[in-house]
Design a protein around this ligand. Sequence first.
Ligand code: PLP
Length: 316
Amino acid sequence: MNFFTSETLNVPTQEIKARFLDNAAVQLHIRREDLIHADVSGNKFRKLKYNILQAQKNGYKQLLTFGGAYSNHIAATAAAGKLCGLQTIGVIRGEELGDMLEKTLESNDTLRFAKQQGMQLHFVTRTQYREKTTAGFLEELIRYFGDFYLIPEGGTNELAILGCQEILTKEDGIYDYICCAVGTGGTISGIINATGDQQHVLGFPALKGNFLRKEIECYTAKTNWSLMDSYHFGGYGKVNQELVTFMNSFKKDNTILLDPLYTGKMLYGLYDLIKTEYFPKKSRILAVHTGGLQGISGINKQLKKKQLPVIEVGSS
Ligand SMILES: *Cc1c(COP(=O)(O)O)cnc(C)c1O
């Protein structure tokens, strides 16, 4: 009955074979969290799991959360709500998107998908959106929608981190390094909590700014981790030709599709570190594919407009 507890998870680990790995004398494996489910995949499955179980346990009928117009978290929450029989409300940044809703839904695959899953879309101005954690704004939302279980933007809270701790298993103790993309820091915090002290976690932020370290320190007391700050490609949502070319060749070599905002940047950075001999010889590296593939179409539309090469989706 329950999607989050009854599902037997399909999460294979795939070894990457390439000459540059042999040259650096390291091993690289990819944990395919992107294969968990077509619509609730990767770290979004992990982050929603205990939140939705908690909402159901406490008798909530609806979930409310926040996100931008292309948010993986919005898409996943909409799908998970439908699978679990909970209403969903998405508070979306950008009032203008709601003013021309038909046009928005026609051109934006993420929001159209969320709506098809039954999510009620509530568009707010950027100013209102910034207020999203204030008591006043939340009270207004409760008056308008009735009571709801609140999931923060990006889905990160204590229960989300509990879910992300399940990304690693006991057998993963063999890896010296675990790598993942970082947005709000929830996923890496869970991963760090699940590691042994002899292991090291490398995070690749998808955005600029040095608030992330503090954020992660709120969720984990362990210190066996570092952030690799130079692979955000100019900031959140920024994508250039070099990144797209990398992702397309990675897809061709390994038949693994990456997303342009998170896992593409992480693997680009990881390849760069391996090639510049960051890792000691014989290192065993596990990179976590956190999903996010629903966001590709939005980025491809932008790339097409600029007449730049697009991310090849194809069949894998
Ligand atoms: C949301 C997302 C992340 C970021 O996760 P955080 O827990 O916010 O750090 C990483 N990868 C993908 C594919 C995502 O969709």
